[in-house]
Design a protein around this ligand. Structure first.
Ligand SMILES: NC(=O)c1ccc[n+]([C@@H]2O[C@H](COP(=O)([O-])OP(=O)(O)OC[C@H]3O[C@@H](n4cnc5c(N)ncnc54)[C@H](O)[C@@H]3O)[C@@H](O)[C@H]2O)c1
Length: 192
């Protein structure tokens, strides 16, 4: 498969899954825009894969709604993990997660779809979580953005596919040292 001539935007690509996806897309020939709030990390990934860095805080959704984006491939990957029992889950943290992991993907998808329809080709991937399919018992609010992301993907897929822009979602389990360490530490705290 060659993605030569395609422009890919990968969010949260300064590290982890996003950086791996960006690396693979670049290896297949795509021009990759490495979008991340971590400007230094984004530049590092972009330099390594011959792409372009875009430093952006995706939780600032007011500003995001005003911006124009062009992409043949959009990978909505940026996210954070926060695990806490519901009664101690900070409302602002919950709102932040919804902005970053639900509202920003919606705004980016909304921005790139018209161009994909026009060109008759596009791919949209949402990196959700296994918790979107099987809610986290220890921290119910953690599952909310992923569950909603699955629902949006399902309802938008049919129409988008008919217009040549299939959307899909992935549900990673725990992977990567940073996440596994947090997961196990906080899970122990939540469950005793
Ligand atoms: N690693 C896992 O075990 C796991 C499990 C389930 C789901 N996921 C999902 O996979 C995705 C990637 O996870 P990862 O393990 O690679 O994590 P990671 O922490 O390595 O990467 C996340 C990236 O998102 C960026 N980011 C955070 N806040 C941002 C913001 N406000 N604006 C722009 N970028 C921002 C970070 O700087 C970071 O580079 C996340 O959406 C996460 O929910 C991961």
């Amino acid at each position: 498969m060659s993605l030569s001539g395609r422009r890919a935007v990968v969010t949260g690509a300064a590290s982890g899954i996003g950086a791996a996806v960006a690396t693979r897309l670049a290896a297949l020939g795509a021009h990759v825009v490495v979008c991340d709030v971590d400007a230094e990390g984004a530049t590092g990934t972009a330099e390594r894969i011959g792409g372009e860095a875009l430093a952006l805080d995706l939780s600032r959704t007011g500003e995001l709604a005003e911006r124009a984006f062009e992409a043949d491939i959009l990978v909505n990957n940026a996210g954070i993990q926060h695990v806490a029992p519901l009664e101690r889950f900070e409302p602002e943290r919950f709102a932040f997660m919804l902005r970053l992991m639900l509202e920003a993907p919606f705004l980016l998808t909304r921005a790139v779809l018209p161009g994909m329809y026009e060109r008759g080709w596009g791919r949209i991937v949402h990196i959700a979580s296994v918790h979107g399919l099987r809610p986290a018992r220890t921290s119910p609010p953690t599952s909310a953005p992923s569950t909603a992301s699955w629902a949006c993907r399902r309802s938008s897929r049919w129409k988008a596919r008919r217009r040549a822009s299939p959307a899909t979602a992935c549900a990673p389990g725990t992977c990567g040292r940073r996440w596994s360490r947090t997961s196990w530490r906080t899970r122990r705290r939540c469950t005793g």
